[in-house]
Design a protein around this ligand. Structure first.
Ligand SMILES: *Cc1c(COP(=O)(O)O)cnc(C)c1O
Length: 463
């Protein structure tokens, strides 16, 4: 075979590999037994039985030598660890908020802010739901209302900022229930459930303007805000020459606080925080964090974890890093597009989302096409992906009915700095193989359904 001459100049990962972790290959027979044992739920597979793990980008990042060196500088004091103060000052430097409350991970921050700001009967608008975010809003007695633009629900739409808030929907909600019943709007950047799609700066500004008029707070889900900032630089007029760091800070300046899962952008394996500008909310958050996470200067983390997060902030904003991060996702997605495999467009920041509704169009949503597709990809190659469709959407807490999301997707999520371009090739080829044999696939039935966040532990059988 002859390689075609390149039509572009390549770039490579902006790091070299110092430590390696061997991967295990398995036989199809082994994988058949493993997925059966796991109830056809990739969350229930043992990591040992997985070849390339693209389940999630959460906590699966590779830390740098600089971060590992920082781990040795952990100040494991119960109170007032120096790593906390470094994290606090870097948060202020890169995100620009006043106060920091560390938490064990993102949902710890979501829990605290939901309990402080939401009263039973309140409405919490957001640009598409996220599983843990909505769960904590509902536990606090709030009702989530989706105010994302319609394009977000259309996997074919090429809108460059599919994460945008629909201002009309937001205004309609304010008119309908009154601003007093809306403690805050939760704005995610980028929007995980829409396919890693960004919000534009223009939209953030407009949301700020509208909510300020009504005294409604804006809380940013900053989990992948750096990846959002990169898209703003690439796609939004006036930002081409700005640094990703400056764009990130500007984005945050239109919000009142943020919940953060450090396990994503911050290039660590565990950690998170709540950041807030309001002193009273901060005081309440500090009261609550002691009960649920740990003292306000560690929030469930070791000193070394806070040091690694602080250093991650410095690395995530480096231009060559973020270009290769998004570039790798783009590489995988473009390959699949070139081979006519249906995926969500434009390609998102942290993952390629396969359109399971299209790929397995002969399987109705009640037979879990996305769950089925993820199991088939695992069977083919040992590549682990996850469902983002009717199983993840769960049931309506009021009616008990299944929520039926328009999008029925399989998320192929890329951990940061972990895999190489060759791993992306193997993954793309496996997905193509499954796609070409799609007609043989049947579907699943659910045989065990957990009460909360069911996608994590639900079990299925083949039909
Ligand atoms: C992961 C994630 C969270 C929750 O964070 P955890 O660290 O997993 O608790 C919240 N929002 C978004 C968008 C996420 O991707």
């Amino acid at each position: 075979m002859k390689y075609p001459k390149p039509t572009r100049r390549s770039w490579a990962e902006p790091f070299k590999i110092k430590v390696v972790e061997p991967l295990k290959t398995t036989t199809r027979q082994h994988r058949m037994a493993a997925i059966e044992e796991a109830g056809y739920n990739t969350f229930l597979l043992r990591s040992e039985d997985v070849y390339i793990d693209l389940l999630t980008d959460s906590g699966t990042n590779a830390m740098s030598d600089y971060q590992w060196a920082g781990m040795m500088l952990g100040d494991e004091a119960y109170a007032g660890s120096k790593n906390f103060y470094y994290l606090e000052s870097n948060m202020q430097k890169y995100y620009g908020y006043k106060y920091l409350v560390p938490t064990h991970q993102g949902r710890g921050a979501e829990h605290i802010i939901s309990q402080i700001l939401i009263r039973p009967g309140d409405y919490v608008p957001g640009n598409m739901y996220f599983t843990t975010t909505r769960e904590h809003q509902e536990r606090a007695g709030g009702m989530f209302v989706d105010v994302i633009i319609d394009e977000a629900h259309d996997p074919e739409s090429l809108h460059p900022f599919k994460g945008n808030v629909d201002l009309q929907k937001l205004e309609d909600l304010i008119k309908k229930v009154g601003a007093k019943k809306i403690p805050y709007i939760s704005v995610a950047a980028t929007v995980n459930m829409a396919g890693g799609q960004p919000v534009s700066m223009e939209n953030l500004k407009a949301v700020r303007k509208l909510t300020a008029k009504h005294g409604i707070r804006v809380i940013l889900d900053a989990t992948r805000a750096v990846e959002n900032a990169y898209f703003v630089k690439m796609r939004e007029k006036g930002y081409e020459k700005k640094s990703v760091a400056a764009i990130l800070k500007e984005m945050c300046s239109y919000t009142d606080g943020a919940t953060m899962s450090g396990k994503k952008d911050l290039l660590v394996n565990i950690g998170g925080f709540l950041a807030i500008n309001d002193r009273d909310v901060f005081d309440e958050a500090r009261n609550m964090v002691v009960v649920f996470e740990g003292l306000h200067t560690y929030g469930g983390l070791a000193g070394r974890d806070m040091e690694a997060m602080a250093r991650g902030m410095e690395e995530m904003t480096k231009e060559d890093y973020i270009r290769s991060r998004i570039g790798q996702v783009e590489y995988l997605g473009q390959k699949l597009l070139d081979w006519d495999v249906p995926i969500v467009k434009p390609i998102g920041g942290h993952a390629v989302f396969l359109d399971a509704k299209k790929i397995l169009e002969h399987i109705p949503q009640e037979k879990y096409p996305a769950q089925t597709l993820a199991a088939e990809i695992y069977l083919d190659s040992g590549v682990r992906t996850m469902e983002r469709g009717i199983v993840s959407a769960g049931r309506d807490p009021k009616t008990g009915e299944n929520r039926r999301p328009k999008l029925e997707l399989v998320r192929v999520t890329i951990p940061r700095r972990v895999y190489t371009q060759a791993h992306m090739d193997v993954t793309a080829e496996s997905i193509l193989e499954v796609y070409e044999n799609r007609k043989k696939v049947k579907g699943l039935k659910m045989v065990y359904e957990p009460k909360h966040l069911r996608f994590f532990q639900a079990r299925f059988k083949r039909i």
